[in-house]
Design a protein around this ligand. Structure first.
Ligand code: ADP
Ligand code: MG
Length: 601
């Protein structure tokens, strides 16, 4: 049965035109979207690459396929089965509709296209081979129902565009991101992604958001999310967002928005989500968000952008309002100020404007404890997991990590400790009688970061572990590791492959062997992969994450003696007044400022 038609001039004139094939990822997008539109249940994507670039892209689906004549017609410009009149543009329900992708791709590559119509009586499938827009063959072959397309020699006849391609890892990361996005918004379809024949990830078509998120990002990440839902009239909102207290990012890297199953970007909706968090969102930080919006297709204009990444919503304000409300409601139902039972607040989130309360210590007036007690067995926090050591002993260990015997002389006066408030801030006074408030975590982070940085520049960054630690890595992490080995080595890490997903941590930064625990390694890889940048920038992110993990936290009681040592170490650093993230470590309330506050003149 023939379905594909060439659009008439009038319809063509209404279509937002533009280049759709910018890079390998755009080819993958168009082909995978065609498979989704063809009602496929399973879509397999294969990517091959060598040093020269991506050499082959294949997409195979079990969708409706095409008959013999349509298989060829589909490669003509403006050939589509999805719309036929200008009015159809007002209610698009498919991902494609312009009939341009196959023609554009075939013009700049070597294509082998095999398709067999679902339920057709004919035993044969059609095979079309096109090189650089020129038909090489159109023949009957044996093949199963569905469609398979192979793209080779992409951009072989367009040297300018070929030159524009970035490094293989960069192009691959765009491809992966594209497939992940389409998989996240089509959860009833099973996607399998292979790179050079090896499986990178697979979703199972269960329809569940957490299942797909776990398949793509790992199950520990999916546990950091909380569901949101909302509706107004026929508009439905569903999704998952970062649970407050879980790690937030300084950039919006994980924002996935699907409108009627199409992945799109929208600054407005991004904004609406952040508004929904209100003061629960630390300044300058971004939550992860996975959001599905379903509404009448007539209320969405998808025909505004060549690659359809942007859309126009006719009732955008109402949609924004509903998203904001849905976020607000979900977070307040979560009872954000008491962590969920299975939830460990991340250390780094503490750095920002709110933190989760710690369990009450089993002892009081900690600041007056004599220093000797540190060696004694201490009561542990009631009910706190994983605490075999007394908190004070653990704190002592953390502090000793940065204790060096040859502490540089400092010109700065080391303030005299007065006490600790909120188990988080050190109160001290300086020689002129100003009041000094120090954030103990930020301060220790500065000290640790400076030491890690100094070591990374020397040859002695790492210490070999006597017993190497096994760690299970995600596919994404494994794919990135070869490129990261040098940076990790500068930080003191040596990781080696051991089994399929298992790697061995053989060496960790000298300052602390605890920097080898799996959670820290995952955080460090995450930081390294979080954005692009020069080697130095990536190393810097790694060191900051390591520093954050190895130091004294907030909500930790310290003795006067410990606080005094911490301040001495801080004053010996080059920039004692800011932490490596640029936030203040120290606030000074000068004598004159205090006088002013008390209206003394
Ligand atoms: P569009 O998707 O905008 O219609 P394309 O150039 O991507 O344009 O595809 C042209 C036509 O080829 C589609 O309308 C569809 O009928 C058919 N087609 C493409 N890919 C597939 C596929 N994987 N399975 C079935 N039909 C397909
Ligand atoms: Mg298409």
């Amino acid at each position: 049965m023939s379905r594909v038609k060439i659009l008439d001039e009038e319809t063509i004139s209404h279509i937002a035109a533009g280049e759709v094939v910018e890079r390998a990822a755009s080819v993958v997008k168009e082909l995978v979207e065609n498979a989704v539109d063809a009602d496929a249940q399973i879509i397999r994507i294969g990517i091959s690459a060598d040093k020269t670039g991506i050499t082959r892209i294949s997409v195979t689906d079990d969708g409706v396929g095409m008959d013999f004549d349509d298989a060829l017609l589909a490669f003509r410009q403006h050939a589509t089965s999805k719309i036929s009149r200008p009015e159809d543009l007002d209610g698009i329900t498919t991902l494609g509709f312009r009939g341009e992708a196959l023609a554009s791709i075939a013009a700049i590559s070597k294509v082998t296209f095999t398709t067999k119509e679902r339920g057709s009586a004919s035993p044969e499938a059609a095979r079309v081979v096109i090189h650089g827009g020129e038909l090489i063959s159109h023949a009957a072959v044996g093949a199963p129902e569905g469609t398979s397309i192979i793209i080779e020699a992409l951009f072989y006849n367009t040297p300018a565009r070929r030159k524009f391609q970035k490094s293989v890892p960069t192009e691959l990361s765009h491809v992966y991101d594209m497939v992940e996005r389409i998989a996240l918004s089509n959860r009833h379809i099973s996607f399998v992604l292979l790179y050079n024949g090896k499986e990178r990830f697979q979703t199972f078509g269960t329809g569940s958001y957490p299942d797909v998120i776990a398949a793509v990002f790992g199950s520990s990440f999916s546990k950091e999310l909380t569901p949101i839902s909302g509706s107004f009239g026929p508009v439905k909102i569903d999704g998952w967002i970062t649970r407050p207290g879980s790690e937030m990012k300084t950039t919006q890297t994980r924002f996935y928005l699907a409108v009627n199953g199409r992945q799109v970007t929208s600054r407005q909706l991004q904004w609406a989500i952040r508004e929904g968090y209100g003061t629960l969102l630390p300044k300058g930080m971004f939550p992860a968000a996975f959001l599905d919006i379903t509404l009448d297709p007539r209320e969405v204009d998808v025909n505004v952008h060549p690659t359809k990444r942007e859309i126009r919503l006719s009732r955008e304000r109402e949609v924004m309002r509903s998203v904001q409300d849905a976020v607000y409601q979900a977070l307040h139902e979560e009872r954000v100020f008491s962590p969920a039972p299975d939830h460990k607040p991340s250390v780094c989130s503490r750095l920002t404007s709110f933190s989760l309360p710690s369990p009450a210590p089993a002892y009081d007036s900690v600041t007056t404890l004599p220093a000797e007690i540190v060696g004694e067995p201490m009561p542990v926090y009631a009910g706190k997991r994983e605490t075999r050591q007394s908190p004070l002993k653990q704190t002592e260990k953390q502090l000793r990590r940065t204790e060096t015997h040859d502490l540089p002389e400092t010109d700065l006066f080391v303030p005299e400790v007065l006490g600790q408030i909120g188990d988080t801030y050190i109160l001290a006074k300086n020689e002129s009688g100003d009041l000094i408030v120090v954030d103990q975590h930020a301060a220790h982070e500065r000290i640790m970061y400076d030491q890690l940085l100094a070591r990374s520049l020397s040859a002695e960054a790492g210490q070999e572990l006597i017993v190497p630690l096994p760690i299970t890595l995600s596919k994404k992490e494994i794919a990135a590791l070869p490129d990261l080995q040098d940076v990790l080595a500068s930080a003191g890490y040596l990781l080696e492959p051991f089994g399929k997903d298992v790697w061995m941590v053989r060496s960790v930064p000298v300052v602390s062997s605890t920097l080898g625990d799996p959670e820290t390694i995952h955080a460090i890889l995450d930081a390294a992969l979080d954005g692009v940048g020069s080697t130095d920038e990536v190393l810097d992110r790694v060191l900051k994450t390591a520093a954050c993990r190895a130091v004294v936290k907030g909500n930790t009681p310290l003795t006067v003696e410990q606080m005094q040592r911490l301040l001495r170490q801080l004053m010996a650093t080059k920039s004692p007044y800011t932490c490596p993230h640029g936030r203040p470590t120290t606030i000074v309330l000068s004598k004159s400022r205090l006088a002013g506050m008390f209206l003394r003149t």
